[in-house]
Design a protein around this ligand. Structure first.
Ligand SMILES: O=C[C@H](O)COP(=O)(O)O
Length: 317
């Protein structure tokens, strides 16, 4: 993300932007199925789409046994996600991932390992993944991660505010988090697998954007259900409606369970069809994933050499 990119300044809370919005589950599922099966990406262009997917990956490790060494290995992969022979075969210049995403205490290791590369470090914060921690502590966690050098903060919302329709509380919470971020960009994780209905997903998306979220993100990767296409479509429609109403461009980050090159192409098709080309660039689109890069590299290797390498050669961490 170029961090001079204009941010979403937010708006006052306006519940009329979503309260009468009923999301039709069947129609949403039908449209999602259409996006998943449409051949909008021709075979010849698949390699280019996969290279673009690498540029928007938030290469992630969020495990209880993360170590400085694992984070350093992940950062090495972010700096050079494709082996030189694949770059050569594709005839392209080196690429990097969109960001590296880690837990707060891993931020200093990632910042060191990525120094001079321009690859931003994203930190989860606010009591990730459940967020059930007093607000002052959640805000302090954001400030701490930013002080360590995180340029992007992936926050989690209080799901109870959504389930109880307490939109003012949700707005105030996200607005306070946005203020605590300072110049760091805020991605609001809605944890859609916990929100029960698509209408709740739409409403939570709208409130997070009104409170100044720079990105809305589906999942922590820890809920029972993570990024699905109907949920993603609902969030993308919300950000389109927000753009149409305010002129502000907000980014989208599906995360959790996106593991295959095909997933990467399907989600890019969603962005292209619903939002247009600007939403294929890292300023407005990221894919949060811990294992997706391995499959993309495998497919690109096949594209270049006609062979699949053994999976262990592409292990990320
Ligand atoms: O934000 C990123 C998610 O934690 C990644 O989830 P994943 O491990 O299913 O790819």
């Amino acid at each position: 993300m170029s961090h001079d990119f204009p941010r979403n300044p937010g708006q006052p809370l306006d519940t009329s932007a979503f309260e009468r919005q009923q999301i039709n589950l069947r129609a949403t599922e039908r449209r999602a199925a259409q996006i998943a099966t449409r051949r909008s990406v021709k075979k010849n262009y698949q390699a280019a789409w996969l290279v673009n997917a690498i540029k928007v990956i938030d290469l992630t490790t969020l495990a209880g046994d993360d170590t400085a060494a694992r984070v350093r290995r992940l950062c090495a992969k972010a700096r050079q996600p494709l082996a030189p022979h694949i770059l050569q075969g594709l005839g392209i210049a080196p690429v990097t991932t969109g960001a590296v995403c880690v837990y707060p205490t891993m931020v200093p290791h990632a910042v060191d390992a990525l120094a001079g590369t321009g690859i931003p470090v994203a930190s989860v914060a606010t009591g990730f993944p459940a967020g059930l921690m007093p607000l002052p502590l959640r805000l302090e966690e954001i400030r701490w991660a930013v002080a360590q050098g995180a340029a992007e903060i992936d926050i989690v919302i209080t799901r109870e505010h959504v389930l109880g329709g307490n939109w003012q509380a949700l707005y105030d919470e996200v607005a306070a988090m946005r203020a605590a971020c300072g110049n760091a960009h805020l991605k609001a994780i809605l944890a859609t697998g916990d929100l029960q209905t698509l209408s709740n997903v739409y409403a939570a998306s709208m409130v997070a954007m009104q409170a100044g979220a720079d990105f809305i993100k589906t999942s922590t990767g820890k809920e029972g259900v993570n990024a699905t296409l109907p949920v993603s479509l609902t969030m993308v429609r919300a950000l389109r409606d927000y753009r149409d109403a305010t002129g502000q461009m907000v980014g989208f980050k599906p995360a959790g369970g996106l593991k295959t090159a095909k997933d990467a192409i399907v989600w890019q098709s969603l962005m292209k069809e619903e939002m247009g080309a600007p939403w294929l660039a890292p300023d407005l689109f990221r894919i949060g994933a811990s294992s997706l890069l391995g499959d993309i590299e495998r497919q690109l290797e096949h594209h270049v050499t006609g062979r699949y390498a053994a999976a262990h050669r592409h292990a990320v961490a």
